[in-house]
Design a protein around this ligand. Structure first.
Ligand SMILES: *Cc1c(COP(=O)(O)O)cnc(C)c1O
Length: 402
């Protein structure tokens, strides 16, 4: 592989985000291909036995096995690290691989974790069920209440884990405020930034130590592959994350890495347009449904904080219907353009009923505490003409008796 300017941080560090998204991380083979190559290889060959031994000793440069290194995967990792402004990035097989590897590599038996209570369903299962099985104590707090984090800190609190905006309640967590509390207690701040994407919110600049993503969502953004990414300090990556993942193997396939790599070229365009569309749809919905949450609207209880931390309101809207699951399902069933789907961050607008899908594995009492009612619907706004979306939602609301 030939290093290109895309790999030279003394050059790329000066590039603006849109340039990094197109060119960051690019390395070229001997053929000088314009578009990045897919290296679908599990292993690598050596010119001599001594060369193999030297690479395994870490004395010679070069790759040894795709659980550890792969050229296509490394291009994606460098592009993401540049985009986020992080020292290091590792990608993984899914967002949950990223979240679980981050938490399992950072926490040991006897450590304590504080988490915002409104989390993606599987993240809640990790915090409530899986980590405690390995002797990690966990406490969940109302993420909207910054002081609740302070009250939950213990001498053995090793990390704080949160999502903002949170899935699907769109709670906003004060990143600067929570980072100050966590750092005063010597704890790491880990942020799941999937809902905002690095285009809309940059947690490292607001005090977070580690940012993790489901790259399945806005990064691929076209509903094709599952992927995850983790970014943070080089030392943590080497001593914690890689010490765990090198031997547990939650790595991303080079093919899926290539799909996400190419998707990043249009991330800024897609996310910016989807946010504009979401705002238009939210403005319409505000006139039609009794309760609606969208961080970009003044009616969101944490709108001011959201606009301090985010450059736009995001692509997700939550609406609450008074008629419970029956009315929510009736609205979904009446949609003609928007799909019923629990994916999000797609170029297609998608709607789901969290209580019976994404958060069905979370106990009903915890769902209620998180604010996920039976009448809640989550709308992920995509790239269609917003007027078509508005007309589809309008007719579906009427069909559901609204
Ligand atoms: C989807 C999602 C995840 C999980 O990611 P997968 O790629 O589906 O494994 C984690 N956190 C948030 C906020 C998500 O939206």
């Amino acid at each position: 592989m030939k290093r290109t300017t895309g790999q030279d941080r003394s050059i790329t560090a000066k590039w603006r985000p849109a340039t990094r998204l197109v060119r960051g991380g690019t390395a070229r083979s001997e053929y000088g291909e314009t578009s990045e190559a897919i290296f679908l290889t599990s292993g690598y060959c050596y010119d001599s036995a001594e060369e193999a031994a030297a690479r395994f000793r870490g004395e010679a440069k070069g790759m040894t096995y795709s659980r550890l290194q792969n050229p296509t995967v490394e291009m994606l990792e460098e592009r993401l690290a540049l985009l986020e402004g992080a020292e290091a990035c590792r990608v993984s097989a899914s967002g949950m691989a990223a979240m679980s590897a981050t938490l399992l590599s950072t926490l040991s038996a006897g450590d304590h974790l504080v988490a915002g209570r409104a989390l993606f369903g599987s993240c809640r299962v990790l915090v409530d069920t899986i980590l405690p099985r390995f002797g990690v104590e966990t406490t969940t707090v109302d993420g909207r209440d910054t002081q609740a984090f302070a009250a939950a800190m213990r001498p053995n609190t090793k990390a704080v884990f949160l999502e903002t905006p949170a899935n699907p309640t769109l709670d906003i967590v004060d990143l600067k405020g929570v980072a100050a509390i966590a750092h005063a207690a010597g704890a790491l701040v880990i942020v799941d930034n999937a809902f905002a994407s690095p285009i809309v919110q940059r947690p490292l600049e607001l005090g977070a130590d580690i940012v993790a993503y489901s790259a399945t969502k806005l990064m691929d953004g076209q509903g094709r592959v599952l992927a995850g990414a983790v970014m943070g300090p080089a030392e943590w990556m080497e001593k914690s994350y890689l010490a765990f993942t090198r031997h547990t193997g939650p790595i991303l396939s080079p093919f899926n890495a290539w799909v996400v790599l190419k998707s990043l070229e249009t991330l800024d365009l897609r996310v910016s347009r989807a946010c504009e569309n979401a705002l238009k749809v939210a403005q319409f919905l505000e006139t039609r449904v009794p309760r609606l949450l969208y961080p970009g609207l003044a009616s969101h209880p944490q709108h001011a904080l959201a606009m301090q931390q985010m450059t736009a309101g995001g692509t997700i809207i939550a609406l609450h219907l008074d008629g419970g699951r029956k009315q929510a399902h009736a609205l979904l069933d009446a949609l003609q353009l928007i799909d019923i789907s629990n994916n999000l961050g797609d170029s297609r607008t998608l709607m789901t009923h969290p209580a019976s899908t994404t958060h069905a594995s979370v106990a009903e009492a915890i769902r209620a505490e998180m604010g996920i009612g039976e009448g809640m619907l989550r709308l992920s706004v995509g790239l269609e003409d917003p007027q078509d979306l508005i007309e589809d939602i309008d007719q579906a609301l009427k069909a559901a008796g609204l």
